[in-house]
Design a protein around this ligand. Structure first.
Ligand SMILES: N[C@@H](CCC(=O)N[C@@H](CS)C(=O)NCC(=O)O)C(=O)O
Length: 205
């Protein structure tokens, strides 16, 4: 059985957990707490980051490669379309989520997570929120263009959903300014994979 080292509020780990649930793959979770340096993770991953997946002798310590492995391991369900061009588009959105969308909202989350409310930096939060909203506008346009992440559930949804979930938890959730994305997020929140994996909402000090 697959073992997954993860942190509940890590977007990369959450992405993998959604994929595992969507594919109905049984797995054992080992949860790491924020700031914890787990000896197994340090031994298994040269980066020392989570998620880390262990399947028999196979160790994968990069979330996007874990998703590729799950897809290649021929489960009954699929998270990539059949055609090469469509697969490339889904993979591009997956990468865009990890490399572009995530960093935009990250500063707002780190600021609110690391400090008591009275010490939050308004400028840091406003700047991150602005960058996040700019990405939402881009994503809304992509959604209108080709329905990419509203049609068949894919890697792109696995990657984007945790970003939207965390933004929501940290008071920067998608709203009526991006109606297509809002409808997508509301639909996605009802999926069993989201409900089974959503971390507890943070409590602000
Ligand atoms: N590119 C990596 C990123 C993983 C990552 O940055 N994980 C963070 C948690 S969200 C982590 O483990 N940070 C702890 C550390 O860097 O010590 C992936 O997709 O798996």
């Amino acid at each position: 059985m697959i073992t997954l080292y993860h942190r509940a509020d890590c977007p990369f780990c959450w992405k993998v957990r959604i994929a595992l649930h969507e594919l109905d793959v049984p797995y054992k979770e080992i949860e790491i707490k924020l700031g914890e340096k787990h000896p197994d993770v340090l031994a298994l991953s040269p980066k020392g980051t989570v998620p880390v997946m262990v399947d028999g002798n196979l160790v994968i310590w990069e979330s996007s490669i874990i998703l590729e492995y799950l897809e290649d391991d021929h489960h009954a369900k699929r998270l990539l379309p059949n055609k090469a061009g469509e697969r490339a588009l889904v993979r591009s959105l997956h990468y865009y989520s990890d490399a572009i969308v995530g960093p935009a909202i990250r500063d707002l989350i780190f600021e609110k997570r690391s400090k008591p409310k009275k010490s939050w930096g308004a400028a840091v939060i406003a700047d991150s929120d602005k960058r996040w909203r700019r990405r939402l506008t881009e994503l809304e346009a992509k959604l209108n263009e080709d329905d990419r992440f509203a049609a068949a559930f894919s890697f792109a949804d696995c990657a984007l959903l945790p970003r939207f979930g965390l933004a929501d938890h940290y008071g920067a959730g998608v709203d009526k300014r991006h109606p297509g994305l809002l409808a997508w997020y509301q639909t996605m929140r009802r999926r069993p994979s989201f409900r089974a994996t959503e971390p507890p909402r943070p409590e602000f000090r």
